[in-house]
Write a protein that binds this ligand. Structure first.
Ligand code: NAP
Length: 313
């Protein structure tokens, strides 16, 4: 017989911790199931400047506040991998590597992980010079030249961070303008050791047994090839949702479709934050989604219990 909860929250990032705060305060017996460590991708961000109430702090510090708040209210966090969510009558069974958990409602807040591009050497040199985390790996390249691929918020933000550690940052972007927010564009424009290679794509990581020695890039218009002399290559070309374990309606990229109550096409299963189809992926929006999801999950559970009570009469 599986352990039974009112609400199982899958994922312990900003959305999951917020959902736990709301669910516990609403009186739901709740557990968070997290694969690795709480905090999610944002915990790897060196600086957050747009979360209200905290003008400037690291992602790790912000997530520590979230965790302390949730745990202070009694949130239980279990570290295991969720493999599937299946329906069993009114119950939802969350299958994990360490057994099944039964829930009246489930909130999926599993976020997304960095995409790969697929150029030569990208996989081969991952962990030996190719990285998707500047905070984790940037310090290995102090006073050394590096390349950053991409032109979104993550690429530009991380390029600015790296420009404070590294001797030179070569940003390789496939178009002639960034999609990153204006303030980040202005900041990167002011960094003297950043060179942007507009309209270029990476072709191949150059290296040997000791690691990366360069990056070959190609102009997307004329096809001219340039070799950059770099020690590290940071790839920030978007994100892929961690949603493979749940079968519900998703968009073409795997992001979960929800209604305005954050309910997925699987009744009783809600989704919040970066893993769902949304026009904006920020800590602030994950928090808003999660608050709605938890409140609507509580209503859903109350309705289920009301039906069971009616049935017992
Ligand atoms: P993103 O906004 O999707 O940007 C991905 C970047 O990679 C784009 O510049 C894109 O180029 C480029 N790209 C995609 N596929 C490519 C390919 N095949 N070859 C070469 N380049 C490719 O992803 P993100 O920057 O990881 O951000 C994800 C979400 O988190 C966004 O909603 C973002 O706003 C949010 N975020 C916010 C902050 C913040 O502090 N406010 C920080 C980080 C992330 P094109 O521009 O040409 O499409």
């Amino acid at each position: 017989m599986s352990e039974t909860f009112d609400c199982v929250i899958v994922g312990g990032g900003p959305g999951g911790l917020t959902a736990a705060i709301y669910a516990i305060r609403a009186g739901l017996k709740t557990v968070i199931v997290e694969k690795l460590g709480v905090g999610g991708q944002i915990a790897l961000s060196d600086i957050i400047e747009n979360y209200p109430g905290f003008p400037s702090l690291s992602g790790g510090e912000l997530m520590k506040h979230f965790e302390e708040h949730a745990v202070g209210l009694g949130a239980e966090i279990r570290y295991t991998d969720v493999t599937a969510i299946v329906a069993d009558g009114d119950r939802r069974i969350v299958k994990t590597s360490s057994g099944d958990l039964a829930a009246k409602a489930v909130i999926v807040t599993t976020g997304a992980e960095p995409k790969k591009l697929g150029f030569a050497g990208e996989t081969e040199f991952t962990g030996r010079g190719v990285s998707t985390c500047a905070t984790c790996d940037g310090p290995f390249y102090k006073k050394k030249p590096v390349a950053v691929i991409g032109g979104g918020d993550t690429a530009v933000k991380e390029a600015i961070y790296l420009s404070k550690l590294c001797s030179e940052v070569h940003v390789v972007h496939r178009r002639d303008r960034f999609r990153a927010e204006k303030v980040l564009q202005e900041r990167i424009g002011a960094r003297e050791n950043v060179t942007v290679h507009w309209s270029h794509q990476p072709v191949e990581v150059l290296g040997d047994d000791a690691g990366v020695t360069g990056l070959r890039i190609k102009n997307v218009d004329g096809g001219a090839v340039t070799d950059l002399s770099v020690w590290g290559v940071f790839v920030f070309v978007g994100i892929r949702p961690n949603t493979g374990f749940v079968e519900c309606e998703k968009d073409g990229q795997g992001f979960i479709v929800t209604d305005e109550n954050m309910m997925t096409s699987l009744p009783g299963v809600f989704a919040a934050g970066d893993c769902r189809v949304t026009p904006l992926r920020q800590v602030a929006t994950a928090v808003g989604d999660a608050a709605i999801a938890a409140v609507k999950a509580e209503e859903y559970v109350s309705e289920l219990e009301g039906r069971a009570y009616e049935g017992a009469k």
